[in-house]
Design a protein around this ligand. Structure first.
Ligand SMILES: [Zn+2]
Ligand SMILES: [Zn+2]
Length: 264
C-alpha cells in the first residue's frame, strides 16, 4: 500500500485530505460539517474512528468547520501549532486536554515509518502551515492557502512524488468578477491565494525526477474553472519546458467529491 492519499474535498466551501500508510492514517483539516466529513469517508470506504490524528493547517473556517465535531465524536488527537490553537479557541468548541497536541512550524513528527514535516506558508491566518508526508522513500506535499511560493518553501517541497498544489484563481476572471475590491485585493496579495499562472511557475521550479502527479487544489468557485486551471497550468508548464502528460500528470480536485485513493 505504501503512502496513499485522497483529496476528500477542496475549495473555499471546505478542505480535507486523507493520507494513510500500512500503520497510520491522518486527516489534514476537516473544513466541512461532521455529517459531510462522514459522507466523504464513506465514499472512500474508510472509517474516521481509525484515524491516528487530525492535522490542522490554519484556523480559517474552510479548514476547521468540522474539526471539533469529528475530534470529539471519534476521540481523535488534534495537532496544530500554538498560534493556530490560540486562534481556534472559541471556534471549534471544547477539546479535552488529552486530545490537544502541539505541532510547531518547520518540525518533523514521526509515527512509526511515517515522517510528517510542517512548513510555513504566506497567508492571512495566525501561523498557517502545511504538511509533507515522507514514507518508504516517497514524498507527498500539500500546499494551498498561500499568497505566493517563496524560495524557502520551494526548497522544502521540491521533487515530491505527488503535490496537492493550490491553483486558486484566474487573475483575469478575478479582476473582472463581482467581488468587492477589498476582497480582490486580499486574494491577489502576498497573504492571499496563488493564481493558476503563479502556481504553475512555482510548480515548474519544484518538479523533479520523482514528480509524477500534481493535483490542482483550492480552486475558486467564482474566479476559476477546472478546465481553465488545467489549461493555464499546462500552458505555463510547457512554456517552461515541463511536458504535461509525459513528465507529470495533472489531476482535478472537487469541492464535494474525493479523488480516487492513490498510492504516491
Ligand atoms: Zn482555504
Ligand atoms: Zn485560508
Amino acid at each position: 500500500m505504501g503512502l496513499t492519499f485522497s483529496v476528500l474535498a477542496s475549495g473555499s466551501t471546505g478542505n480535507a485530505v486523507f493520507v494513510e500508510t500500512e500503520e497510520h492514517s491522518f486527516l489534514v483539516d476537516a473544513g466541512l460539517s461532521g455529517k459531510q466529513m462522514e459522507a466523504l469517508f464513506a465514499k472512500i470506504d474508510r472509517d474516521m474512528g481509525k484515524l491516528s490524528g487530525l492535522l490542522v493547517t490554519h484556523e480559517h473556517s474552510d479548514h476547521i468547520k468540522g474539526v471539533g465535531i469529528v475530534a470529539r465524536k471519534y476521540n481523535l488527537p488534534i495537532y496544530a501549532n500554538e498560534k493556530t490553537w490560540a486562534a481556534m479557541d472559541g471556534l471549534i468548541g471544547k477539546i479535552p486536554l488529552e486530545q490537544r497536541f502541539t505541532f510547531e512550524t518547520e518540525t518533523v513528527k514521526s509515527f512509526g515509518a511515517l515522517d510528517i514535516e510542517s512548513f510555513g506558508v504566506s497567508h492571512d491566518a495566525a501561523e498557517p502551515m502545511f504538511y509533507i508526508f515522507h514514507h518508504g522513500g516517497k514524498k507527498l506535499v500539500l500546499i494551498t492557502d498561500t499568497g505566493y511560493v517563496s524560495d524557502r518553501m520551494k526548497g522544502i517541497i521540491s521533487n515530491a512524488d505527488a503535490f496537492v498544489f493550490e491553483s486558486n484563481h484566474d487573475v483575469q476572471m478575478l479582476r473582472m468578477g463581482r467581488y468587492p475590491w477589498n476582497i480582490k485585493r486580499r486574494i491577489l496579495s502576498d497573504v492571499g491565494h496563488v493564481s493558476n499562472e503563479d502556481a504553475a511557475i512555482a510548480m515548474s521550479e519544484v518538479i523533479g525526477d520523482q514528480t509524477k502527479r500534481i493535483y490542482l487544489a483550492h480552486l475558486s468557485q467564482d474566479n476559476n474553472m477546472k478546465d481553465l486551471a488545467k489549461m493555464s497550468v499546462t500552458q505555463t508548464l510547457q512554456s517552461r519546458g515541463v511536458i504535461v502528460g509525459e513528465q507529470v500528470e495533472l489531476y482535478d480536485t472537487d469541492p464535494k467529491n474525493p479523488t480516487a485513493l492513490t498510492a504516491v
